[in-house]
Write a protein that binds this ligand. Sequence first.
Ligand code: FMN
Length: 226
Amino acid sequence: MTQRRLRGRSTHAHVAGEGCAIAKGAPSRTKGQVYTHEGPQDFVTPSALTEAEIAQTIADFADAARNAVEAGFDGVELHGANGYLIHQYNDIDETDRADLEATYTALVGALAPLGLAHLHQMESPEVRDLVVRLRKAWPGTFILNPFSGMEPTGPDALDLIGDGTADLIAYGGLFLANPDLPARLAAGSPSNTPCNAGARHSAGTRTDQGFAGGSALLKEYEHPDG
Ligand SMILES: Cc1cc2nc3c(=O)[nH]c(=O)nc-3n(C[C@H](O)[C@H](O)[C@H](O)COP(=O)(O)O)c2cc1C
């Protein structure tokens, strides 16, 4: 699988070039900062997408997906979270619980008949009951990245497969320090702790240290060819 995403207004010219920041409707700057090669920078004011640009963006996503499949990927996941462009079009007031429930219920209902390979849900705090309802409404494979606060998702999350909450669990931070994470989970072995785990991703996780610091548990992972 590969993932396609457009960060929308959550980007900066230092990351993606001038004019890269685009948004739905009246342009407004996202609060906070984005991590760039020149260090953290404030988000910029995006330009509002026109009708023609929306149509072009949809066509671009389709092209990108076709190119990925042509290049040999089995599937493509569209990133619809983290305030990126697709997420912005979900039109949710995240502070309004009823709106959150209604929007995601409608979204999953609309996606369900499309025969997609999977739905990958990234859980916010205190919405497990909604996640369980969405899982029940989804006819296919349901991947969950459970909310785990400032700690990376750990081995205990596998219980959520056992109790039917999800078909698969997505691991992020733990993979950075454990290149052989599936083998460790299968063996019930302890894991290396990702360095700087609290900083999470674009805000400064050191992927280089994460990988370098994570020694493999099993011999075949150290020498896969022999
Ligand atoms: C270095 C890093 C890069 C990430 N990049 C992406 C990404 O490109 N797309 C995505 O959907 N999530 C991305 N994530 C988020 C993870 O998929 C996951 O949702 C998040 O790390 C929380 O899960 P965890 O508790 O297992 O770390 C990234 C996380 C890290 C640590």
